[in-house]
Design a protein around this ligand. Sequence first.
Ligand SMILES: [Mg+2]
Length: 102
Amino acid sequence: MAQGKWGIGGFIKECHRIAKEKGWWEVNRNEGELIALMHSELSEALEAMRHRARKEQVAEELADCCIRIFDYCGGKKINLEKALLKKIEYNKTRPYRHGKKF
Ligand SMILES: [Mg+2]
């Protein structure tokens, strides 16, 4: 895979194709479990940071989370690119720090 050649749609297609090939979609997936698995990758990123892991290790866990999100979107036919573009445009209209303390 050449770096920088894929858009969001390409990542979704490839991540879902691989997950299907590895047997993860042979049974009906529990959606709560799929979301929990996305969380678990972020927790792994946090643990890596807590243990002062190298940036590359943190990046790997973030990549795992993205892969799970892309696979989920592929499996559930979610147009993530459209949602991202919509949210980015919306965020541009929000006030400084979204009007919140943190
Ligand atoms: Mg991981």
